[in-house]
Ligand binder design. Structure first.
Ligand SMILES: [Ca+2]
Ligand SMILES: [Ca+2]
Ligand SMILES: [Ca+2]
Ligand SMILES: [Ca+2]
Length: 432
């Protein structure tokens, strides 16, 4: 942050100037206060005339000083970086331009999002650009920051073998750190956002309330592929990797709560999810607004997390059931920082015990993971998943008991970077 400090130092120092003005005002206030002759206790005529003249002069000075107290808008910025990039299509959406020698990703909107400047709580500073005919974007006067650059684009790519159009999400992504070079010239290649069954929304923060009520939590899945998927035997788990923080080398995810859909993993066909269909899993599938007015009505949820070992109520919704007998609390999410993993359920094993020796963790092999989403209110928070599963966080800036949730910006939009893929929602959308 040294650049930032020096930028402030080089600019006018309104703080010092303000102090000087304040001292001057105190001096004038002292002068304008009743000016007594200490010996006689009253003003002489001469004193009065002098005072009158001086008061006029000092009033003029006061006006000048007060006007100089109004801070000028700073003109010096916190850096003035130039960023330019050419986005090249590698997916056959755009034709190769013979004169350029590549297929420009042209006339597409591109967002550049700062990871340290915010428009408001939870809303990063964003710049919206459009690529030109050569696929180029250029922006100048950017402040010192890390940025995420992305383009979201949904298109009919090409006909598949059945002749049906194959719709894909296309992303152009790049994380840029503007801290050293004044001018950066990048090349970015488009990539497909693989359509799959994904964790689409997580509502963990709890409703606005003063009773610490957060039991209306839910996890929403979405089938972004163009084929029927099956819930049979899938595991939904809450990760807790920090005890085994060697994320990039572990081939498993360490989890705390482990709940499983009924049916046989991989081969079961009892619980289909059609393309474009949502699956709502409530913490408890009931109308929570009967307890807290601002809480959600989840009585319509198709599924609920259910733990037979904690004596909780079994509502009519189907159960995604806790499979670890020693785990005697219900599936609840941390209100500010946690991680959800969806796995095919074909493999898991008992892992290490917690520091207290009370809880035994479960290991889920990464090669069985279908989707994983890390969330944290703090962009510097503890990372729970390897970059192979999720390179970022959802929910930066989202407060507990805010009634807000995190959802993919387009249903199913998944680039394995939740910082890019998710947005904070003011109002949760359970099941849609
Ligand atoms: Ca429950
Ligand atoms: Ca139930
Ligand atoms: Ca993913
Ligand atoms: Ca939703």
């Amino acid at each position: 942050m040294s650049e930032r400090k020096s930028a402030i130092c080089h600019s006018e120092s309104p703080i010092n100037r303000g102090e000087e003005s304040l001292n001057s005002i105190f001096t004038i206030k002292r002068f304008l206060a009743p000016h007594r002759n200490d010996n006689v206790g009253y003003f002489t005529f001469r004193h009065y005339e002098e005072n009158k003249m001086n008061k006029v002069l000092y009033l003029i000075m006061l006006c000048f000083i007060i006007s100089s107290c109004v801070h000028d808008i700073p003109t010096e910025k916190d850096g003035s970086f130039i960023y330019s990039a050419v986005i090249i299509d590698t997916l056959g959406i755009f034709p190769v331009d013979a004169s350029l020698g590549y297929a420009p990703f042209k006339n597409r909107s591109v967002t550049i999002e700062s990871n340290s400047y915010f428009e408001s709580m939870g809303n990063s500073k964003k710049y919206y650009l459009v690529t030109d005919n050569s696929g180029r974007i250029t922006i100048d006067n950017l402040a010192y920051s890390g940025y995420l650059l992305y383009s979201e684009f949904v298109d009919t790519l090409k006909a598949d073998s059945t002749g049906a159009p194959d719709t894909v999400n296309v992303g152009a992504l790049k994380a840029v750190e503007l801290t050293k070079n004044i001018s950066t010239n990048d090349t970015i290649y488009t990539s497909t956002v693989l359509p799959n069954l994904v964790v689409n929304e997580i509502y963990y923060a709890g409703p606005i309330n003063k009773a610490f009520y957060f039991f209306d939590q839910f996890v929403e899945l979405y089938n972004a592929s163009n084929e029927t998927k099956y819930l049979d035997g899938l595991i939904v788990a809450r990760a807790r990797q920090s005890l085994n923080p060697d994320l990039e080398t572990n081939d498993f995810v360490q989890v705390l709560n482990t709940n499983q859909f009924p049916g046989t993993p991989l081969t079961g066909r009892e619980y289909p999810v059609e393309p474009g269909e949502f699956v709502l899993i409530a913490g408890d599938a009931l109308d929570h607004s009967q307890y807290i007015e601002t809480a959600l009505d989840l009585s319509h949820a198709g599924w609920e997390f259910y733990n037979p070992y904690c004596g909780e109520e079994d509502n009519p919704a189907n159960n995604v059931t806790n499979i670890i007998e020693s785990r005697t609390i219900d599936f609840m999410l941390n209100l500010v920082e946690n991680a959800i993993v969806l796995a095919d359920g074909s493999e898991w094993e008992y892992g290490e015990f917690s520091e207290s020796g009370y809880t035994q963790f479960i290991h889920i092999p990464i090669n069985t993971v279908i989707d994983a989403v890390d969330y944290s209110c703090n962009s510097e928070g503890t990372k729970e998943f390897t970059r192979r599963l999720d390179a970022g966080y959802a929910g930066v800036g989202l407060s507990k008991y805010s009634g807000k949730s995190v959802e993919r910006r387009i249903p199913g939009f998944d680039t394995n970077n939740s910082r890019v893929d998710f947005i904070n929602l003011d109002v949760p959308t359970p099941g849609y």
